[in-house]
Design a protein around this ligand. Structure first.
Ligand code: DX5
Ligand code: ZN
Length: 247
């Protein structure tokens, strides 16, 4: 590996530090998925969950990228990421690639201002996944590996040392508004036990104010929620964030 590539591996920007640092007093972190935001008023809607930065709002924004192949839905791409980055220069952007060829989008999302890039173990396993993780880090982002509900966690844990985050899916990906699949909590417990303190465990799908305590107790560091936040009246959303956090 060249010296320049090695330096890139340790590059930590102010915003992506959140994915790589040890837990802080705000734990767990709350990541609204903008999939359920109003696409015609994206900036305004994101502000309703982020607050003013001092009022306990959400910690990051989660961008669900779907290609109509890996999942039966089409959502957003790097241009949406670029727009959100422009509106929120300091908010960590967590991009979740539910696509058949994530390798095509590493540099486009890095250029669009993404901090973190998660792809699925169902798409790349073993050495191929490790190689892609290196490419993501070389592009200046932290990297995550996601696992769908029917897929075992073991192949993820075998390569987890090469990743900053493991994302345990608690619905079959494709759409927001589905019901939480409770047995996946066991995968979260196993991931938390296997990972180090500077690695994150994220859960995504069907998380709401009623089941969030189980998700937190299983050791999840980052709770993603679309419907449970953007489905609330605007005036209730910051309280919705606090309820997910358990504060
Ligand atoms: C699942 C996506 C999720 C989804 C979450 O396909 O990866 O991020 O938007 O939506 P809710 O919170 O409504 O289940
Ligand atoms: Zn997601």
């Amino acid at each position: 590996m060249s010296t320049a590539a090695a330096a890139e591996l340790t590059k930590v920007t102010p915003t992506n530090r959140i994915f790589r640092s040890a837990p802080c007093s705000r734990w767990p972190l709350i990541a609204p998925s903008i999939l359920s935001a109003d696409f015609g008023n994206m900036e305004r809607d994101c502000r309703t969950v982020l607050g003013d930065g001092t009022s306990g709002g959400a910690d990051l924004l989660h961008l669900d990228v779907m290609d109509g192949h890996f999942v039966p839905n089409l959502t957003m791409g790097p241009d949406m990421c670029k727009g959100v980055r422009k509106a929120f220069p300091h908010t960590p952007l967590d991009v979740h690639l539910m696509v058949a060829k994530p390798e095509m989008y590493v540099e486009p999302f890095a250029k669009a201002g993404a901090d973190h890039f998660t792809f699925h173990i169902e798409v790349h396993q073993g050495q191929a996944a490790i190689e892609l993780a290196r490419r993501v880090r070389a592009a200046g982002m932290t990297v995550g590996i996601a696992v769908n509900p029917p897929t075992p966690i073991d192949p993820v844990l075998e390569i987890a040392s090469h990743f900053d985050m493991v994302l345990v899916m608690s619905v079959n990906p494709g759409f927001s508004g589905q019901s939480f699949i409770e047995p996946v909590l066991e995968k979260t417990r196993r991931a938390r036990a296997a990972l180090g303190p500077d690695q994150r465990v994220e859960m995504d799908g069907g998380i709401n104010q009623s089941n969030a305590s189980k998700v937190r107790e299983a050791g999840c560091d980052i709770l993603v929620a679309a419907t449970a936040l953007f489905g609330l009246p605007v005036a209730d959303r910051l309280r919705g964030v606090a309820a997910l956090r358990g504060s």
